[in-house]
Design a binder for this molecule. Structure first.
Ligand SMILES: Nc1ncnc2c1ncn2[C@@H]1O[C@H](COP(=O)(O)OP(=O)(O)OP(=O)(O)O)[C@@H](O)[C@H]1O
Length: 460
């Protein structure tokens, strides 16, 4: 299977107090350097030591970048991969207030401020509508929320949405039971679902962000395309757009009550995410604790499985947020070491699958008929024993009956091994007594001799 390293881009939130001495961006080398002044205890005898420099290299630095730039750099290739049948994920990670939701969903202040999700929806449906050589396509939308370590469907409109459960299917793929998948035929339909889901997300207010997401959210697009004139197979992929809740230092956010409790869940799940990323990026490590939280379990594929993953590390370039910026960069550098095993998902054409299932039904019907037959014989034998009779008293076939049976057996023996025999004369002959079975076996013996089959070599 081809391998693909996670691609990592760093995006800075614009700030009036941005300090180029402390945060140095080099677009040519794609490096981001953090200069941290040494800390002194404040005692007159304690001299501050030299400052520390931390340099990180990423796949791209999005500094003063527009929403359109972010889409072009981070999402266009991902979209192409999704249309080629590859599962893909774009994920935003960073401290609270760093601009994750701004990047993923965008702002409603202007059309130009729309984020990655609405742009991906538009581009995807435009590309599918104009794609030459497609016999059929389908897109469906799901929107999942992880709030306080519980899963919810953001497209569930009932007053009390139910908590959803996670499970792994027979092929080890993580599934969310009961999560709605709504088919869409146009950009307008998909956008309506996105806005509906957005309005159901849990938002709270604290010192650093008036509109802080209190949950992780995953917007999923399931795409199927069937090429024209192909061998009847389709390509199926899932494109996930993940807006993680932001890590927060409660001393800075001054959260209390419910917001404080939410912060506990958010910080814990992000710490477990970091542990999983650390474990998954270690060579030779055979156990990665994906099941340690709902978030890591849901994101199992995106963190080293069958998925092309892009991480956008959002940082808030202000001196007061330097520690959080450093910790985001460290996480991003670890993500860059993850390698995913990607494969295009080819699904069998509907007609071929239907034929396969029809054949299976036919075989099961034949097996059932045989079992009913055997049960009938047993019953018949019991009856005969009770009546003091036995089957040998039944009259044997006459010559015409035998000839007819032998012809049917010979025709059946001459069919190719993989031929469908359900319509042959043999399968329509009555077979409901020991006498009929004996005659049939005799006819097979005669027929085999005529057909020249070597029965000594037969494994049956
Ligand atoms: N690149 C940007 N350009 C303009 N405004 C931005 C940018 N990034 C963030 N902002 C603004 O900063 C504020 C905080 O951003 P946002 O809510 O996206 O942060 P967040 O990382 O999602 O935070 P949280 O984790 O608390 O939800 C918002 O008002 C947003 O519009």
């Amino acid at each position: 299977m081809p391998q693909s390293a996670v691609k990592v881009f760093l995006r800075t939130r614009p700030s009036d107090v941005y300090s180029p001495e402390q945060l140095q961006v080099n677009q040519d080398t794609k490096t981001f350097t953090i200069v941290q002044a040494a800390r002194s205890s404040g005692l007159p005898s304690d001299k501050a030591g030299p400052s520390q420099q931390y340099q990180f290299k990423f796949d791209g630095i999005l500094h003063n970048a527009s929403q359109e730039d972010v889409f072009e750099v981070c999402a266009t290739d991902v979209l192409s991969s999704a249309l080629e049948g590859y599962n893909s994920t774009i994920m935003c990670y960073g401290q609270t207030g760093a601009g994750k939701t701004h990047t993923m969903a965008g702002s409603r202040a202007s059309y130009a401020a729309r984020g990655l999700i609405p742009r991906v929806i538009s581009a995807l449906l435009a590309r599918l509508g104009a794609a030459p050589g497609l016999a059929a396509w389908s897109v469906s939308v799901s929107y999942l929320e992880i709030y306080n370590e519980a899963l919810y469907d953001l497209l569930d409109l009932t007053a009390q949405p139910q908590e959803l459960a996670l499970y792994e299917d027979g092929r080890g793929r993580v599934q969310v039971s009961g999560l709605r998948q709504v088919a869409v035929a146009s950009e307008a339909e998909a956008l309506a679902l996105f806005f509906e889901g957005e309005s159901n997300r849990v938002i709270g207010e604290h010192q650093l962000n008036k509109q802080s997401s209190r949950s992780h959210s995953i917007f999923m697009l399931s795409i199927t395309t069937t090429p024209e004139g192909g061998d009847g197979r389709s390509l199926a992929s899932k494109l996930c757009l993940v807006d993680l809740a932001g890590s927060e230092r409660v001393s800075k956010t001054r959260s209390e009550g419910l917001v404080l409790k939410e912060a506990g869940h958010i910080n814990r799940s992000l710490a477990l995410l970091e542990q999983v990323v650390r474990a998954a990026s270690e060579r030779g490590r055979d156990h990665v604790p994906y099941r340690s939280s709902k978030l890591t379990h849901v994101l199992k594929d995106s963190l080293g499985g069958n998925c092309a993953t892009v991480l956008i590390a959002n940082v808030w370039g202000e001196p007061a947020q330097l520690d959080e910026t450093l910790s985001t960069c460290r996480f991003a550098a670890r993500m860059a070491r993850l390698v995913c095993e990607v494969a295009s998902n080819v699904v069998q054409e509907g007609g071929a699958r239907v034929r396969e299932l029809q054949r299976e039904v036919q075989e099961l019907k034949e097996e059932l008929a045989m079992m009913q037959l055997m049960a009938g014989w047993q019953q018949q034998q019991q009856q005969q024993q009770q009546e003091g009779s036995n089957s040998s008293r039944e009259r044997p076939y006459d010559d015409t009956q035998r000839q007819k049976l032998q012809q049917a057996v010979l025709a059946w023996l001459q069919l190719p091994d993989d031929a469908d025999s359900s319509g042959s004369t043999l399968s329509q002959l009555p077979l409901s007594s020991v006498r009929q079975l004996r005659e049939l076996l005799l006819a097979v013996k005669v027929g085999a001799a005529v057909d020249g089959k070597n029965w000594n070599a037969c494994p049956c």
